[in-house]
Write a protein that binds this ligand. Structure first.
Ligand SMILES: NC(=O)c1ccc[n+]([C@@H]2O[C@H](COP(=O)([O-])OP(=O)(O)OC[C@H]3O[C@@H](n4cnc5c(N)ncnc54)[C@H](OP(=O)(O)O)[C@@H]3O)[C@@H](O)[C@H]2O)c1
Length: 264
């Protein structure tokens, strides 16, 4: 992959680093000379399956002590975690990772790249509950005051051999579109290491055409999120924060660095 030209990182915590995307992110970071650290509930399995050189931090997102230990000394955090589809653990895992990391960072300012999903702003469909929790995690991160990029992949594993190009879009308008897992991982790594990616929300797909080599230019061509806005730059407006579940409102009260509506 291309060597990004942005700020230097050293130790990068990957929440979900044993997953199908996170393991690719860990391998790319290692290749580029960074030190990936992976949070996992099963350290023995992680050590067997990840390249040597990847640090393994044992623990689970619901354990604040473990998450605090995992973030100690990191220069950046990547989140590619997810509860199994159908498990119903979306509030605890898909959303819960974001407040867990913000709590553990305790206002320590490091860049965060969050992998979410296309479709989070849609209003129907079978995956509604999962996507709503992912959107809530996005919104909390946006108003946290940390430098962030949110990457929303299309459907994993699609993309034919001719789909060599990473295609960044915005507005969450594409209902279906395939993306190769390596393209998701590359976009996440480039987002982490490219200054022009900060404060942006992008969807990522794989498309026909030559490989994208100018990631800084591609990020720069996207619209930045409006500072203080809960939603992504071109998103349909999301629910008013005061209509959200109490847990989400409490997290917003605790972590938002901007004034939200008084009755939240
Ligand atoms: N499938 C698609 O087409 C598609 C498209 C867009 C977005 N997505 C999203 O992508 C995510 C899945 O990505 P993936 O395939 O890379 O993941 P995956 O292979 O399903 O792995 C899930 C990861 O999350 C971690 N995790 C789950 N619960 C945890 C907990 N309680 N504490 C700590 N870590 C936990 C797991 O860590 P350990 O097991 O090691 O503890 C593992 O690393 C899902 O959220 C999904 O919604 C999927």
């Amino acid at each position: 992959m291309t060597q990004p030209a942005g700020p230097s990182m050293n130790r990068v915590l990957i929440i979900g680093g044993t997953g199908s995307i996170g393991r690719l992110v860990a391998a790319h970071l290692l290749e580029l000379g960074h030190l990936p650290r992976v949070l996992t509930r099963d350290p023995a399995r992680a050590r067997r399956s990840l390249p040597s050189g990847v640090e393994v931090a044992a623990g689970e997102l619901a354990d604040p002590t473990a998450v605090r230990a995992a973030v100690a000394g990191v220069d950046a955090v990547v989140m590619t975690h997810g509860a199994p589809y159908g498990s119903g653990d979306y509030a605890a895992v898909d959303y819960g990772a974001v407040p867990a990391v913000l709590d553990a960072l305790d206002r320590h300012r490091v860049p965060v790249v969050l992998m979410s999903s296309i479709g989070v702003t849609a209003t129907g469909g079978q995956s509604r509950e999962l996507l709503e929790w992912k959107r809530r995690g996005e919104r909390l991160l946006r108003v946290s005051g940390l430098p962030y990029t949110i990457v929303r992949p299309g459907w994993f594993g699609g993309g034919s051999g001719s789909h060599q190009r990473v295609d960044l879009r915005q507005g969450d308008l594409t209902e279906y579109g395939p993306v190769r897992r390596e393209h998701v991982a590359e976009t996440i790594v480039q987002a982490l290491l490219t200054e022009s990616a900060t404060g942006r929300t992008v969807e990522v797909f794989s498309a026909d055409g030559p490989a994208l080599t100018d990631f800084p230019g591609a990020f720069l061509a996207t619209e930045p999120d409006r500072p203080g806005d809960l939603d992504g730059a071109r998103d349909r407006p999301g629910p008013r924060p005061e209509t959200e579940p109490e847990r989400v409102r409490a997290d917003l009260r605790r972590h938002a660095h901007i004034p939200l509506t008084p009755d939240i």
